[in-house]
Write a protein that binds this ligand. Sequence first.
Ligand SMILES: Nc1nc2c(ncn2[C@@H]2O[C@H](COP(=O)(O)OP(=O)(O)OP(=O)(O)O)[C@@H](O)[C@H]2O)c(=O)[nH]1
Length: 529
Amino acid sequence: MTPSFSSLRHRFFLALGGVLCLALLALVLVARYQIMPILLEDEEQYASSELDRVERGIGSELNHMRRLVEDWAWWDDTYDFVQGKRPEYVDSNLYESTLETLELKTMIFLDARHQPRWVAGYDDDGEFTSCPDAAPPCDWATTYIDYLPTRLASENEASQTWLLAQPMLAMAAMSGIYQSREESPSAGWLLMVRPLSTPWLEQLRDTTGIDLNLTSIAQGGEVPHESLERVSTTQMAASRAVEAMPDDRQIRIDANLPRQRYQASLETFRFALYWTSGVLIVTLLVVLWLLESIVLAPIRQFSRYTQRLHLDTTPPPMPASLLKRRDEIGTLAQEFRNLLEHQQQQSALLLDLSQHDSLTGLANRRLFDERLEQAMHKAQPSGGQVSTMMLDIDHFKLYNDHYGHLAGDDCLVALAECMQGHLGSHRFLAARTGGEEFSILMPDTSLDEALDHARRLLQAINALALTHEYSPTSPYVTVSIGVASRADNLTTPSDIMRAADQAMYQAKASGRNRVAAYQAHDQASPIER
Ligand SMILES: Nc1nc2c(ncn2[C@@H]2O[C@H](COP(=O)(O)OP(=O)(O)OP(=O)(O)O)[C@@H](O)[C@H]2O)c(=O)[nH]1
């Protein structure tokens, strides 16, 4: 029996299980080192594009500011005002509701020499002040005026915008003041500042749809230009620093972004992974099943059959399911069956040769002794009857000498056929137990019955009338027969055969061509012919 752990089924199961584990491990590694980085990179690009949208929203607001400041700066009244010609300009235009309507913190007019011509706006306490220069109560305006030389030096355009990180988060727009109808040199500069107020921020959140915040930070700090922190599986915090004035500060955009896109991709990927794993497992199970049903089960059946050959005395028939197959296993089964049949035939032939005399076809001594042993053994407990005959050809040497050995063989065959003809039908076993000596086993036969059979056999041999003109006994071939039966003093096979032998020699001694029976406590007694 093949140990289960080293059976083909077990080994295939282990091998395919190993392949499955390796495949699943490969899937996990691909997911971990190939797919996940792509998903995270995609998420970073998404965050960056969302910050771009916020920047574009701020840029759009700066463009509005640019148009507003140009609208005012390219107005002839403003042109005249900065040149000191229209004193009523202040009362007509620069009152509090104008700044309120335009959502401005301040409007600062400069002349061509960059000197303040007029300042209107809210101070740090939120009080509206309007002055011809940046002296108190409008000294709060110096902070904004101080930014201007830098902007004027770095930009050559007629108008420009920028973000302010100090003293408050704000948008600033500045334009040169020109005549509206004809080209003229700039008469001065107009600066407008609009705070990035809470309502404005709310509006930006609404238009972009992004939960964002703006803060002023010091430039060159530890905060990188752009960063992304994954706060939870559903939220991430993206931030980007954008340029602002003064130069040592920046405005940081903080956006709380949902991770839906990543979650959806992850879900899709997991779905594909589970399906791939499932298909892989099912495929391997199907392969195992096919292997089991097509190869392993028939091989196991074949193996069980060969094992039964050793156990059963009569070989069982080869399973028909194996013989019916048209594949290699079927061929193997058919060839094995043919080989087995051939081997059985050879064994039967060898057995026959080992148990029979090749000349006469009668049983040989070996088979005779075996059957005698069985018969004696069977008769032993019940005291059953067993008789034997020993038969020897009279003067056979003379026969051989005169007729030749081949004729002697023919004589032996003729006598064997005669014995078989007369005794074979009685379940008796006739054997050639010596050169010209024969023995007959007669189970369940008494001495009298045996003597009767011997007598009739003797007559039958005489009736053959095989010429033996050199025999001193008769002109024909004759035999002497000794008969013995199982008795109290004849209990073993050798006992009974020794007794039959003695009776046969008694028959010879008494003149040959006769039957003699072995008598206990007496020598064998001759029986008349
Ligand atoms: N042709 C032939 N002769 C055999 C065979 N086996 C034994 N013999 C011969 O049988 C003869 C037996 O002779 P003996 O034992 O001297 O006995 P006998 O001549 O038969 O004389 P008694 O037995 O005393 O009657 C021998 O000549 C053997 O050669 C055989 O297979 N074929």
